[in-house]
Ligand binder design. Structure first.
Ligand code: PFF
Length: 444
């Protein structure tokens, strides 16, 4: 059977950027910048994004395209038997991340519903805090929203690559940019906004330490959707004539643009209202709604913001879903429709304990972490980096010639930075990534 393809180059770039641009950019990036020293973090982060992120992304797309397969088949074909274990790991990681990512995605649906139905009118900051705590810790409500979020993902993925994922990305990514631009203008025109801009851009190098470096590399990996097979899978549907380095640079550029714009949206607003920029995860779900509530047309702004967050989350979630669906379809010969429904259902069920861990199952902990935190910790610090290292080693050492062929389109499109890319994959990226793993474990 003929493998499905993206309908156009821009379709692939928007879908891959949709995968990359997610809660990581809008929810996590601004609070990391807030907590890790503003502009200093930004500089380190951008350096990693360009040096390591682009290289690993090129390797992942090339791996998928040469093998024309899901991550498991891709490692098997590119590097042979034993390496396929890393393909399996990538599929497992996508499944695990999707299970809790969808729980957070569900919160964005909840906020949209509550904003539209007027459930937040007249709320003060303290009330937002209370209601967020009540939402995430209740037994049923967040699970219903988690289910709704997953169902939307299933409805998109079930329509296939060009008819589902590409079409959805072509509508949602432009919408995301419009909403983001609108919100940035509103935030920057608030009195006192400049203090936030300054905080965001001016480096405070006293924050430069191992924690910050490791957080920056971890975030670079997560935000680019590396290490869990998403770009291997998306790359497998990319036409043979397209330039992989060029596509990768576009995706990284768009991802960085959204993260920086999210910084310009969130930090100026936080400073204008004298809030704490290092408030952590609550920044988006508590601090920002409290700020919006004080503004004229606040509910409309709030709606725009949560639609933005939802769009960012769903375009990422579908890439994770597609990893697992492609694996099930290709390795077990299951039709796309039933595979999508089953994978959606099983992932939803596996997400339930993550949701309950924030409420009634909160006391069940391992190494001091509840189930939700534990999944995030393991995938972030071990599974993603392992997948990244494996891809680098296969690309740089094991099957280097095959990768060069793929990246240069059989020699037709020379890649200027090939030597730099080779040594990044062979030495620099693996060492940097292994360092992050060691740091997470032993605090070195
Ligand atoms: N890159 C997404 C984000 O920044 O939120 C998260 C993500 C999506 C990670 C898809 C991995 C992935 F395969």
């Amino acid at each position: 059977m003929q493998r499905e393809h993206w309908g156009s180059r821009i379709g692939f770039i928007l879908a891959a950027a949709g995968s990359a641009v997610g809660l990581g950019n809008i929810w996590k990036f601004p609070y990391l910048v807030g907590a890790e020293g503003g502009g200093a973090f930004l500089v380190v982060y951008v350096a990693f994004l360009i040096a390591i992120g682009v290289c690993v992304m090129i390797a992942e797309i090339a791996l998928g395209r040469q093998a024309q397969s899901n991550p498991f088949g891709a490692f098997k074909r590119a590097a042979g038997g034993g390496w396929s274990i890393f393909g399996l790991l990538a599929v497992l990681t996508a499944f695990l991340i999707l299970s809790f990512y969808s729980v957070v995605g569900g919160w964005t649906v909840a906020y949209i519903v509550k904003t539209v139905s007027g459930g937040f009118s007249g709320y003060t900051g303290a009330e937002f805090e209370k209601q967020f705590g009540a939402l995430v810790s209740s037994a049923i409500e967040p699970i219903v929203y988690h289910g709704a979020f997953m169902a939307i993902g299933v409805l998109i993925v079930i329509r296939g690559i060009s008819g589902g994922i590409e079409k959805a990305s072509k509508i949602m990514m432009p919408l995301l940019f419009i909403l983001l631009a609108l919100l940035v203008v509103r935030s920057l025109t608030l009195p006192g906004a400049m203090a936030g801009v300054k905080y965001f851009l001016v480096p405070d190098w006293s924050h430069l330490d191992a924690d910050m470096v490791s957080a920056a590399l971890g975030q670079a990996f997560f935000t680019l959707s590396l290490g869990m097979g998403a770009l291997i899978t998306y790359g497998s549907y990319l036409g043979k004539k397209e330039s992989i380095p060029n596509a990768a640079m576009w995706v990284v550029g768009l991802d960085l643009l959204v993260a920086v714009l999210a910084g310009f949206l969130i930090l100026p607003a936080v400073f204008a209202f004298n809030m704490d920029p290092a408030a952590g995860p609550g920044l988006t779900f508590i601090t920002l709604p409290a700020i919006f509530a004080e503004l004229p047309f606040g509910m409309f702004i709030q709606l725009c913001f949560f639609v933005l967050l939802f769009v960012a989350a769903i375009t990422s979630a579908i890439s994770l879903l597609q990893v697992v669906v492609a694996f099930v379809c290709e390795e077990f010969n299951v039709g796309r429709k039933s595979a999508t429904i089953w994978v959606g259902l099983v992932t939803f069920l596996f997400g339930v304990p993550s949701s309950l861990a924030l409420g009634i199952w909160g006391e069940f902990t391992l190494f001091g972490m509840n189930f939700f935190e534990l999944l995030g910790f393991i995938t972030d610090n071990y599974f993603l980096p392992l997948g990244g290292v494996a891809t680098c080693l296969v690309a740089g050492w094991v099957s280097y010639d095959k990768f060069v062929n793929e990246i240069t389109n059989e020699g037709e499109r020379p890649f200027t930075y090939l030597t730099a890319w080779k040594w990044m994959c062979r030495v620099v990226a693996p060492i940097a990534i292994i360092y992050v793993m060691l740091h997470a474990t032993f605090d070195v």
